[in-house]
Design a protein around this ligand. Structure first.
Ligand SMILES: *Cc1c(COP(=O)(O)O)cnc(C)c1O
Length: 476
C-alpha cells in the first residue's frame, strides 16, 4: 500500500491558513526585491485534512505507548510520564551547561545523588554519568582498563576476553579501543565454559567483558570463579549491565567480583529509546579505579555540591559537558518514585513475567536450556514444520498488532527468538501474546504460505532484505 502524501489532497484554491492578520498582508513588511514573483509549490489543503493526514502518519509508528514490545535485550518497559514532567522543569531544561557550580546546586545534587544510587545498586564505590549510551559505557570501561595497565606497567596486555553469547557492541567496543577480541565458548548449560576460559587466559589478558544474566537470559552461577581467573592473570572484569532489570536489589556486580560496571539508564531506568537516543550509559567502579573515571564527576562538600576535576589518572572526557542530563533526570525520578523496595519488586516481577511466558511457550518452540530464566529467555524456531522460519513468526506477529521479539540473536542459538516481557506488562497482556504465538505456531502447520508472506496487513509489506542490503536506495 502506498501512503498518500499531503500533496495528494491538493485542490486548487483550498487553504488551511490565513496569512493576512490584523496587520494586513505580510508583503507589506518585505522589501520589494524579496517578494517572490510566482507561487511556491505548496499543497492546497484545508486545516482538518492536514491534521488528519499527519495524525494518521504518527499512528503508523509502533511504540511502547501503543502496545506490547517484547524485544529481548532491549528492556522496552513502559516509561512513566512523570519522568517527562520532571525532565522538562524549567530549572533543569533551561540550565546552561557552563553555568558556575554555585548557581546549579539543584542539578549537581541530582547528578551526585544519582551517582550514589547507581553505586548502591551495583555495589561499587564511584561513578561517572558521562557516557552517552551502553556502547559508550563499554568504550569508557575499556579505556579505563587500558589506562590502568599503563599505570601498572602492564601496557603490553592487549587482549579482552568475551563470551560467544555477548551483545554485538562488546566486540565492537573492544576493537575500537585497540584491544584484540578473544572469544570464549559457552558450555551446554549456557554459562562460560571454565575449561575453555583457562585455555584462552594468558599473560596478554587485559580483561574480560561479560553480561550476567547473559543474553540467553541465564544467570551464570560460576561468575565469581570467572572473575577470579581473570584477576589471577592481572586483568580487570567489566560488567555489561545494559539490562539490570533482573537483579536490582537482589544481587550486586561488586559481589560477583567485578571492577567496572556500565548501565543503560535508557533501558533499566526508563527513558523512551529505540529511535536512536538520547541515552545514557554511566559507569560505576571500585575505589581503586575511581581516579581513572572520565571527569569531572559530581561530589559533595557538606551541604553543597561541585564538579570534581581532581582525578589523577582520568581517561579524560567521553562526552561534552555533563552527559545527557535529561536522561539522568528521568532515571533519578524513576528511582525515587520506586524506592529500594520498588526497584527490587520491579526485578522480581520482570523475572516472574519472563518465566510465566516461557512456560506458556516452551511446548510450542524449542527450548535449549531447562533452567528458570531471568528477565528474558531464548527459544528457537528451528523445529517449526513446513520450512517455516523464526523470521516468518516475527513477521506474522506484526499482522496481529505486536512488535516482534529480537530474532537471530544470540548467535549461539540457531533460529533464536529472544523475548523480554518486562515488569510493566499485565497478566492479560502476557496471556494474549502467548495465545497469539501459539496460534501462529498452529498456522505454521496448517497454512505455512501465509506465514511466509506475512505481514499482510501492515502499511509496508515484507521487505526484500537481500536486495535492501545489496542495493540500498539511500535517498528517494
Ligand atoms: C543494549 C545493549 C547494549 C548497547 O547499548 P546501547 O545503548 O544501544 O549502545 C550493550 N549490551 C547489552 C547486553 C545490551 O542489551
Amino acid at each position: 500500500m502506498k501512503e498518500k502524501l499531503i500533496f495528494d489532497y491538493t485542490r486548487p484554491g483550498k487553504t488551511g491558513v490565513l496569512c493576512s492578520g490584523p496587520a494586513g498582508s505580510p508583503e507589506r513588511h518585505l522589501p520589494a526585491d524579496l517578494i517572490r514573483k510566482d507561487y511556491a509549490n505548496l499543497p492546497e489543503v484545508s486545516e482538518v485534512e492536514t491534521v488528519r493526514h499527519f495524525t494518521r502518519l504518527s499512528q503508523l509508528n509502533y511504540g511502547v505507548d501503543s502496545g506490547f514490545y517484547p524485544l529481548g535485550s532491549c528492556t522496552m518497559k513502559y516509561n512513566p510520564k512523570i519522568n517527562e514532567k520532571t525532565a522538562s522543569l524549567e530549572g533543569f531544561a533551561g540550565l546552561h551547561p557552563m553555568i558556575p557550580d554555585s548557581l546549579a546546586q539543584g542539578a549537581l545534587r541530582l547528578i551526585c545523588e544519582l551517582q550514589e544510587y547507581l553505586c548502591r545498586i551495583t555495589g561499587m564505590q564511584a561513578c561517572s554519568l558521562q557516557p552517552a549510551a551502553g556502547a559508550s559505557g563499554e568504550f569508557t570501561g575499556l579505556l579505563m582498563m587500558r589506562r590502568w595497565h599503563q599505570v601498572k606497567g602492564t601496557a603490553h596486555k592487549n587482549e579482552i576476553i568475551i563470551p560467544d553469547s555477548a551483545h554485538g557492541t562488546n566486540p565492537a567496543s573492544v576493537a575500537l579501543t585497540g584491544f584484540r577480541v578473544v572469544e570464549v565458548k559457552s558450555n551446554s548449560q549456557g554459562w562460560v565454559d571454565i575449561e575453555a576460559l583457562k585455555q584462552v587466559v594468558n599473560e596478554n589478558t587485559a580483561g574480560l567483558m561479560i553480561t550476567n544474566p547473559n543474553t540467553l537470559g541465564l544467570f551464570d552461577g560460576n561468575i565469581r570463579q570467572v572473575a577470579d581467573i581473570i584477576h589471577a592473570a592481572g586483568g580487570l572484569v567489566h560488567y555489561d549491565g545494559a539490562n539490570l532489570n533482573a537483579i536490582m536489589g537482589k544481587c550486586r556486580p561488586f559481589d560477583m567480583g567485578f571492577d567496572i560496571v556500565h548501565m543503560n539508564l535508557h533501558k533499566t531506568f526508563s527513558t523512551p529509546h529505540g529511535g536512536g537516543g538520547p541515552g545514557s550509559g554511566p559507569v560505576t567502579v571500585t575505589k581503586e579505579l575511581r581516579d581513572f573515571l572520565p571527569g569531572p564527576i559530581a561530589a559533595r562538600s557538606g551541604d553543597s555540591f561541585f564538579m570534581d576535576h581532581d582525578l589523577k589518572h582520568t581517561i579524560g572526557k567521553v562526552t561534552g559537558f555533563h552527559g545527557n542530563f535529561a536522561v539522568m533526570v528521568k532515571a533519578y525520578t524513576y528511582i525515587r518514585m520506586l524506592g529500594s523496595a520498588g526497584l527490587k519488586a520491579a526485578s522480581e516481577t520482570a523475572v516472574l513475567n519472563a518465566n510465566y511466558l516461557l512456560k506458556l511457550l516452551d511446548q510450542h518452540l524449542k527450548r535449549d536450556f531447562p533452567q528458570f530464566c531471568m528477565h528474558e529467555f531464548v527459544l528457537s524456531g528451528r523445529e517449526l514444520p513446513n520450512g517455516v522460519h523464526t523470521l516468518d513468526i516475527a513477521k506474522r506477529l506484526l499482522d496481529y498488532g505486536y512488535h516482534a521479539p529480537t530474532i537471530y540473536f544470540p548467535l549461539i542459538v540457531k533460529e533464536a527468538i529472544m523475548i523480554e516481557p518486562t515488569e510493566t506488562e499485565s497478566l492479560e497482556t502476557l496471556d494474549a501474546f502467548a495465545s497469539t504465538m501459539v496460534r501462529i505456531c498452529e498456522e505454521a502447520a496448517a497454512n505455512p504460505e501465509l506465514l511466509k508472506q506475512a505481514p499482510v496487513s501492515t502499511p509496508v509489506r515484507r521487505l526484500d532484505e537481500v536486495n535492501a542490503a545489496r542495493k540500498p536506495v539511500l535517498c528517494a
